[in-house]
Design a protein around this ligand. Structure first.
Ligand code: BDR
Ligand code: CA
Length: 318
């Protein structure tokens, strides 16, 4: 089976950790690297979490890189209280994982991305599930990558539902709306997996118990990590009756777009005012050829089945 080259760009909290597990467990992915972003945690913590999760999953051949520590319009980044509540202070549900044996790479995440696009071109897929700061920085440094990379499937934004940080803004876009606007209005072939679909794709303790029952280290640790996330959702979003599989859904859609129905649209991101962070159609380009494919509905049963097959098979071995 031809494997898809994939790079993840993560602010490694709990659903980002599930995105790693999905990419490692999927039979058709060659995960060539993980770039670290800020958001659920600060960048060094995101990198450390990614390395620990990779080690837990026996995927120590995957290099991890440091990305930009904050948006280009700010001097500093502090983790929001709500992020700590949902993902824990360490980003992985206060669960202790052994210190990683592999160190973080010395090359910057932005340079790694540019080099990888030049090397693999259309065969490469990027899945950002944090702020779009690293991708915007790479586009600025090497604008040619916009038309060279195969596809970017991002978790972020909200088109048909309200945001989760403000009435308009989803958390990843809200961290750096300027960068998001640079990305959405570029020539990139983009797929947006936003709250429209991720809030419909839920996991419960019924599934984490299946991991626990495997009696493996990875099964038990992932069950502990995700039960923390489920407990946080019970407080912050009690009507959902589960936790949202935001980031692993983006990896799933990158590999199998038929999980979702979509709308082709030219979009921009509002970077000022009360609707800061809003991802919306661009009225000036409504009749132009489109570059964004927005996921609107999801076959959640088929996705959840695939998610559980990939993760359970992986946890069984680790
Ligand atoms: C997104 O924000 C982050 O907290 C999650 O990891 C996910 O990527 C959801 O809005
Ligand atoms: Ca994330």
């Amino acid at each position: 089976m031809a494997k898809r080259k994939m790079i993840l760009d993560l602010d490694t909290g709990i659903d980002d950790a599930l995105a790693i597990a999905y990419a490692v467990g999927a039979p058709d992915v060659d995960l060539i690297g993980i770039i670290s972003s800020y958001g659920n945690v600060v960048v060094p913590q995101a990198a450390d979490n990614s390395l620990r999760i990779l080690e837990l999953l026996g995927a120590t051949d995957v290099p991890v890189f440091l990305g930009e520590p904050h948006s280009s319009t700010t001097e500093h980044f502090d983790v929001m209280a709500i992020s700590q509540q949902i993902h824990g202070k360490n980003g992985i549900g206060e669960v202790d994982l052994p210190a990683p044996k592999r160190a973080v790479e010395t090359q910057s995440g932005v340079d790694f991305l540019i080099d990888a696009v030049h090397q693999y071109g259309a065969d490469l897929t990027l899945v950002p599930t944090g702020p779009l700061t690293n991708l915007a920085a790479a586009l600025k440094k090497a604008p040619d990558i916009a038309t060279t990379i195969g596809n970017v499937t991002l978790m972020g934004g909200a088109l048909t539902v309200p945001g989760n940080v403000s009435h308009f803004a989803e958390a990843n876009i809200n961290q750096d709306a300027e960068a998001a606007n640079d990305v959405f209005t570029s020539d990139l072939n983009l797929t947006m997996v936003g709250l429209d679909v991720t809030l419909r794709t839920l996991l419960t303790k019924h599934e984490t118990q299946q991991w626990r029952d495997l009696k493996t280290t990875a099964g038990a640790k992932f069950a502990d990590i995700v039960d923390y996330y489920i407990a946080a959702y019970e407080v912050t979003s009690p009507d959902l009756h589960g936790c949202a599989l935001h980031d692993p859904l983006a990896v799933g859609v990158a590999l199998d777009p038929s999980f979702v129905t979509t709308l082709d649209l030219n979009m921009f991101v509002e970077a000022e005012g009360v609707d800061y962070g809003r991802t919306i159609g661009d009225p000036a380009r409504l009749n132009d050829p489109t570059n964004v494919t927005v996921a609107l509905t999801v076959d959640k049963d088929r996705y959840l089945k695939t998610f559980m097959t990939y993760l359970t098979t992986l946890f069984k071995k680790n």
